[in-house]
Design a protein around this ligand. Sequence first.
Ligand code: EPU
Length: 342
Amino acid sequence: MPVSVTFDANLAEHHTFGVSVCSRALVVVDSVDSLARCYRNEEWQSLPKLVVGGGSNLLFTEDFNGLVILNRIKERTVSESSGCFRLHLGAGEGWHEVVAWSLEQGMPGLENLALIPGTVGAAPVQNIGAYGVELADFCEYVDYWDCELGKVVRLPAAECHFGYRESIFKGALKGRAVVVAVGLALPKAWSPKLGYGPLAQLGEEAAPSAIFEAVCQIRSSKLPDPEQLGNAGSFFKNPVIDAVLFERIQRSHPEIPSYPAGPGEMKVPAGWLIDQAGLKGYQVGDAAVHTEQALVLVNRDKATAEEITTLARHVVATVEARYGIELEPEVRILDGQGGAGW
Ligand code: EPU
């Protein structure tokens, strides 16, 4: 049996935006077997199902008319070859805890990805990334429960279609795959990744632990702690725009930050666009644009989902009117059936 079942469960503490919404039922699973039972249970067959890890990239727009499955499958297995450490990690492990533990065990590599909220299972879905490193750099495979085949399938990283905050789990396998474990390979020949501005000051001699500390410090200074201020990290993706449009904006704003994104395209920080549009601190009810990092929308106290989506639409419309760029949410916004609520 699943570990526990709660009916009419309040989801406020199971997602980091902290909005008060309910699900018809909530179960906690700690093994592939208990996950499989949720999908095989005849009574639950017709219910929409939503698997939640840390709930750090979700916004519910209304009560969820189905079964929320909290994935708490834990495992940390290490094997070693001459060239690398191989980690097999259960999807319910906390991502940051795994990063800290891997460093303590003398297996560097993940330090730039410190303090990213959420669980291991969510990491490949949006190919988490920060400070010049992304999950895809280390991922060897993803094990997922295939809801159609009713069994666990191992997908090699090359078939996961990783991109910027993208993967096959948001595409062809959306709604069909539940990540149960992730395999990482951390090369023993470690070198620091210091390309991101503030990390460059550490110098090439920096130890992995110093990078870890610096990343934690940078993130804590800009990004609100969901325990204190509800949020889901970056609310929007950094848009990739046509080089012609980029040059037009650059003529009036020579200071615009940018990253090359492919032939004829540039990626620009959504946070900068929102900030320049004068929206830092802009509020709709209890929902606000974060004052330290405009890419993050926060729940100041008792924000409703409607206040957050109204604020998000205002941000999109303002940036579009000013720059001709349409921002896309990075956060998964859900309606009551688990479909797209945006
Ligand atoms: N900026 C502003 N004002 C703001 C925010 C940013 O001018 O209010 C400017 C900054 O000065 C900087 C540029 O925009 O020049 C980029 O800002 P930052 O370095 O803070 O990174 P970001 O592009 O806003 C992305 C990721 C973050 C990740 C950081 C560091 C996305 C959507 N977000 O943010 O990821 O931590 O880079 O690598 O790609 C997340 O996904 O939840 C997340 C926090």
